[in-house]
Design a protein around this ligand. Structure first.
Ligand SMILES: [Cu+2]
Length: 118
């Protein structure tokens, strides 16, 4: 490699490194929650802000389920997933610190979940 090329390449590589590193550091963490006849697993979860929660309907399910956010920190928009028996996923990224309470609207008494973001 010529000296001139090296002199040109070094700043370029440094720039690439500077832009690539923060992107890696901000890489989104994900947690999977099982949507199963008749429970969310885990039932209680503590995560860091910015964690992506992926609800995964169990392939062996025989009843329809959904995921509804019933209580959340101030300013968080409530959501309800589609209803399905098996074979889908639904994801939301939780950015705000606080306690999130979720239920399956079809089995509200048993299918409950608490996610704490801190
Ligand atoms: Cu259910």
């Amino acid at each position: 490699m010529s000296r001139r090329l090296t002199i040109l390449l070094v700043p370029v590589l440094l720039l690439v490194a500077v832009f690539a590193l923060p992107a890696q550091g901000a890489k989104q963490k994900a947690k999977t929650v099982g949507v199963i006849d008749y429970a969310f697993t885990p039932r209680r979860l503590t995560v860091r802000p910015g964690t992506k929660i992926v609800w995964k309907w169990d392939s062996a399910n025989s009843a329809p389920h959904d995921v509804k956010l019933t209580s959340a920190p101030k300013g968080v928009k409530k959501f309800t997933s589609p209803t399905a028996t098996a074979g889908i996923t639904f994801a939301r990224t939780l950015t705000r610190r606080g306690t999130y309470r979720l239920v399956c609207t079809y089995h509200e008494n048993v299918m409950r979940e608490v996610i704490v973001v801190k």
